[in-house]
Ligand binder design. Structure first.
Ligand code: S3P
Length: 441
């Protein structure tokens, strides 16, 4: 159903402080890992979004008991009793992961070590995203998939109680791939490891230790030794770094703004956007206040930054900004000089072809943008002026929808964003948070 929302330019700066909703990656893992564990986990601060609900429904269908209640801040808090050593139960129907790549891909690793046959499917977008990258290493471990050699969902996984541990040289930096292999490795016989060409986000190897699984977590290398039974944990989900990135970029672009985003996940594998904005000369600082398990969290302070300049984001840091490229690209179009994101190929495999969506959208806005091979170039203009009456397609991709909304909020003329309801995937309260900050709350 079409849902076009007209975003009007803000008449003044954003100020004050805000706490964004829970991190999507950590929320998924808190649900999935609790479901795998023996006993009852207590989780709080869980993001209530369409993607996370896909994980909740999946583990419920597989026999976990999820009892989470909505809190006044919009988050979910409560208990999850896992299937533990009994293993997941055979679900009555296919598991529909909706738009959530994290649910589908991690689930394949979770189900691989059990005597179970489960069809995994998703919405139109998820059914177009590559899955061979996950099934290939899991097949090396002894799981089977049908149809054999399938590239995309729907795919049925046939688990195997005697999975082999593997030492996997991953062809790409992908946390979802790494996580699927490590999660299968928890119940495989021996040491399972993943070596990556570049560092991807490290949540699985860091969070597993909270569930009683010892791991090795190094740059580009993670390891787990199985079989080991996961045990229930208590954890609180820090604020979403990718949601915080949107508000910080809005503050950097909007005259007079000065905001603090509180209690945000500040894991080094997720703070690439902060380092990028800092290198562009933006007024941005952050401070680690504490840790949840092995994950750091803290506050970010961002201010209007009229003198930003372009910079290069090298391939080795690409995965640390992977979900922030759309909004950083918008910031880059307002910076002096050229910004280049090296080796962006992976953007083509996101909820939509994000590389094409960025090029088409920025071109529509009047920015100068091009690719050379897999590198994305943006020539910025500090006097960047948005054209009138634009209708921007989101391609039902939450990160594109919020990026174009921010263009509307900082511009002089309104921008309409198509299918804006897709932001429910990761940041349903985006406009509410912006409204709070316009009141300087
Ligand atoms: C995620 C990993 C990233 C990211 C996605 C969430 C995760 O994908 O883009 O939104 O929770 O593991 P990769 O598999 O490309 O690292």
């Amino acid at each position: 159903m079409s849902n076009t929302v007209k975003i009007e330019p803000l008449s003044g700066p954003i100020k004050g402080s805000v706490a964004v909703s829970g991190d999507k990656s950590i929320s998924h893992r808190s649900i999935l890992f609790s479901a795998m564990s023996e006993g009852t986990s207590k989780v709080s601060g869980v993001l209530d979004s369409a993607d996370v609900r896909a994980s909740i429904e999946a583990v419920t269908a597989l026999g976990a008991k999820v009892d989470l209640k909505k809190q006044s801040d919009g988050s979910l808090t409560g208990e999850i009793t896992g299937w533990g050593s009994k293993g997941p139960k055979q679900p009555a129907a296919p598991i529909n992961c909706m738009n959530s790549g994290t649910t589908a891909r991690l689930l394949m690793g979770i189900l691989a070590p059990w005597n179970i046959e489960v069809e995994i499917t998703g919405d139109e977008s998820l059914c177009m995203r590559p899955m061979r990258r996950i099934t290939a290493p899991l097949m090396l471990m002894g799981a089977k998939f049908s149809p054999e050699g399938a590239e995309t969902l729907p795919i049925t996984i046939h688990g195997n109680r005697n999975l082999k541990a593997i030492q996997y040289e991953s062809p790409m930096a992908s946390a979802q791939l790494k996580s699927a292999v490590l999660l299968a490795g928890v119940y495989a016989n021996g040491k399972t490891s993943v070596t990556e060409p570049e560092q991807s986000r490290t949540h699985t190897e860091l969070m597993l230790s909270q569930y009683g699984v010892e791991t090795v977590a190094q740059t580009r290398y993670a390891e787990v030794s199985g079989p080991v039974q996961m045990k229930a944990a208590d954890l609180n989900v820090p604020g979403d770094a990718s949601s915080a990135a949107f508000l910080c970029c809005l503050a950097v672009l909007l005259k007079g703004s000065s905001i603090t985003v509180k209690d945000v996940l500040l894991s080094p594998s997720r703070t690439g956007f902060l380092r990028t904005l800092e290198r562009m000369g933006a007024k941005i600082t952050w401070e680690v206040k504490g840790s949840e398990g092995k994950e750091n969290y803290g506050d970010i302070h961002a201010e209007y930054s009229p003198n930003i300049k372009g910079c290069e984001i090298p391939a080795k840091y690409f995965a640390t900004v992977v979900d922030e490229v759309p909004i950083l690209a918008l910031v880059a179009s307002c910076a002096k000089g050229v910004t280049v994101f090296r080796n962006c190929e992976e953007l083509r495999a996101k909820e939509t072809d994000r590389l094409q969506a960025i090029i088409d959208g920025l071109t529509e806005l009047g920015a100068s943008v091009w690719t050379h091979g897999d590198d994305l170039f943006i020539e910025g203009d500090p006097d960047f002026d948005l054209p009138d009456g634009l209708v921007m397609p989101s391609h039902r991709d939450h990160r594109m929808a919020i990026t174009w909304a921010i263009a509307g909020l900082v511009g002089k003329k309104s921008i309409s964003v198509e299918d804006f309801d897709c932001i429910d995937v990761s940041y349903p309260h985006f406009l509410d948070d912006v409204k709070k900050l316009t009141k300087g709350e």
